[in-house]
Design a protein around this ligand. Structure first.
Ligand code: SF4
Length: 232
């Protein structure tokens, strides 16, 4: 098992891991999504709310309409709930309309309409947890923060042999490792690379290790077999 602060060899492996994830993302990532091509904090926060329990392909359809109707935080804060639901109601989770409007009102009232740049301030917004807060910090403000969903957590667990079960994202070992890994340079490409690799290669069942850019580093790889993973 690797340690968050380990030997020189561990550091070299971590650097190689990060480089390979970024390289893989540059060639294979889903670059087309509009929320991946903006650094506007409001647009990124909007995308993260819409992506909760919803596929990117579904969000892709409504996202431009949403931003056209509510281009600024203040527009969303003042919008009637029915207008918001007209656009996002088809995604399900209707409570999001209330939640997004409330957050827009908080940002308008408490931060003069600007999405805050501090982790604590972001976490104080209703419905904003670690994942969303770190997404905004990384994708909008370029901060080296780990963005760990279930897929990304699974990759770190498998590659670095973390012996954690159950609620992976609540593991201190995982967070410590994730914070240590995320690079100051290109944190966005690294985080998005992990998300996409988890979605398309390192599946929960039957990961496609032969296609994986980090198979030579991975404690769980079975790249030499048809498929499969040796979960620790
Ligand atoms: S080698 Fe296999 S188990 Fe390891 S990260 Fe890649 S796909 Fe996942």
């Amino acid at each position: 098992m690797f340690m968050a602060q380990g030997s020189e060899r561990d550091s070299a492996i971590k650097s190689e891991f990060v480089e390979k994830i970024i390289g893989w993302y540059e060639e294979n990532g889903r670059h087309r999504f509009p929320w991946r091509n903006t650094e506007d904090p409001y647009e990124i926060l909007t995308a993260e709310f819409l992506l909760q329990k919803t596929t990117a392909e579904q969000v892709e359809e409504v996202y431009p309409k949403f931003l056209e109707a509510f281009p600024e935080v203040g527009d969303l804060a003042e919008a009637p709930k029915e207008e918001i639901l007209d656009i996002i109601g088809g995604l399900g989770l209707a409570y999001r309309a209330d939640r997004m409007k409330e957050v827009a009102q908080e940002i308008s009232d408490d931060y003069k309409g600007r999405v805050p740049e501090g982790l604590d301030e972001l976490l104080n917004l209703k419905g904003v947890g670690d994942y969303t807060a770190n997404s905004v910090l990384c994708y909008a403000f370029g901060r080296a923060r780990p963005v760990i969903d279930t897929n990304a957590g699974r990759i770190l667990k498998r590659v670095f042999g973390l012996n954690v079960g159950g609620r992976l994202r609540q593991s201190d070992d995982l967070w410590s490792l994730a914070e240590d890994l995320v690079p100051e340079n290109e944190p966005k490409k690294y985080n998005l690379g992990l998300l996409d690799l988890g979605a398309f290669v390192c599946h929960k069942k039957e990961p496609e290790c032969k296609k994986c850019p980090v198979k030579d580093l991975c404690c769980s790889s079975r790249a030499g077999e048809e498929y499969g993973v040796r979960d620790l």
